[in-house]
Design a protein around this ligand. Structure first.
Ligand code: SAH
Length: 272
């Protein structure tokens, strides 16, 4: 495992939530960092892998103050690196998947700060596997599309060619879909998807409070309202959702979820 040099920023993904989905590189970075700047989706069990004495700094909304602007976070990373700190920027999932990792990496490059990127398991991949929804299956699709329900302004992106996307991709995985779920469904229906197309919402994927709501495109908005699905959640549309009935409810999954825990993440024990 590499040594974390002073004055560098490592931009790492923490996976969708279950600490068991951290990569060895991410744990190695946590074990050496002087300061960890983390996002809202990074949980306590993961932060528990930081070396004793490391400073944990939340990059999200705090004490009623508005969220720091992306530029402020980048400037903070640069400032800390210039102080000679080993700076770990820890993000949910993968830093380069709808995570603004590219913006931060570009700012570091412009400031002449050495950095590396440690990929993580994106929620749309690992999270859906825990929900028993395979992204591809030879009987249904050889293509899958990931998209975001928010643009930089928090609105449904208008740069998407919905009709072309729906024609080209039988499976859609939509991040940040809760706020504008009704509008997203309307766009997909308008683009030609039938009301009976299977659809699911997976919230808090890989965590003990994970919930999987399966429905159809025509019924999902009402079902989500009744069930009060809360973010973070993924919206999945396509025939693969039907396999949740097989994999999500299988004895194997149930057994895995009820296994007793052995203790903290192996290389995090000194921090607990
Ligand atoms: N970089 C992250 C995505 C950040 S955007 C990644 O690769 O996973 C934040 C969105 O990710 C949330 O709105 C939600 O759609 C999704 N997400 C992240 N963690 C999740 C989880 N545990 N369960 C369900 N969705 C999750």
């Amino acid at each position: 495992m590499p040594v974390f040099p002073a004055g560098q920023v490592w931009l790492a993904g923490a996976g969708p939530g279950d600490p068991g989905l951290l990569t060895l590189h991410a744990v190695n970075a946590l074990n050496q960092a002087d300061i960890v700047i983390y996002d809202a989706l990074v949980g306590e069990a993961i932060l528990g892998c930081a070396r004793p004495g490391a400073v944990l700094e939340y990059a999200g909304k705090r004490g009623g103050k508005p969220s720091p602007k992306q530029r402020d976070i980048s400037l903070r990373l640069i400032e800390l690196a210039r102080q000679g700190k080993r700076v770990l920027r820890l993000k949910g999932g993968d830093p380069f998947v709808f995570g603004r990792g590219a913006e931060e990496a570009l700012s570091l490059r412009d400031a002449g700060i050495a950095f590396r990127v440690i990929p993580g398991i994106s929620a749309g991949i690992g999270g859906l596997a825990y929900a028993g929804i395979p992204l591809t299956h030879r009987d249904t699709n050889s293509c899958v599309t990931f998209l975001t329900g928010h643009n930089a302004a928090g609105e449904v992106p208008d740069s998407v060619d919905w009709a072309a996307m729906v024609r080209a991709s039988p499976v859609l995985v939509i991040y940040m879909a809760i706020k504008h779920l009704d509008l997203l469904v309307a766009k997909l229906r308008h683009a030609g998807l039938p009301a009976e197309r299977p659809a699911a919402l997976v919230s808090h994927a890989t965590l003990p409070q994970m919930r999987v709501l399966t429905a159809t495109l025509g019924s999902i908005v009402a079902r989500a309202q009744t069930a009060q699905v809360a973010p973070p959640a993924l919206f999945v549309v396509g025939e693969v959702v039907d396999l949740h009935a097989v994999f999500g409810a299988s004895d194997l999954q149930a057994t895995l979820q009820s296994l007793p825990l052995t203790g903290p993440v192996p290389s995090c024990q000194q921090a607990s």
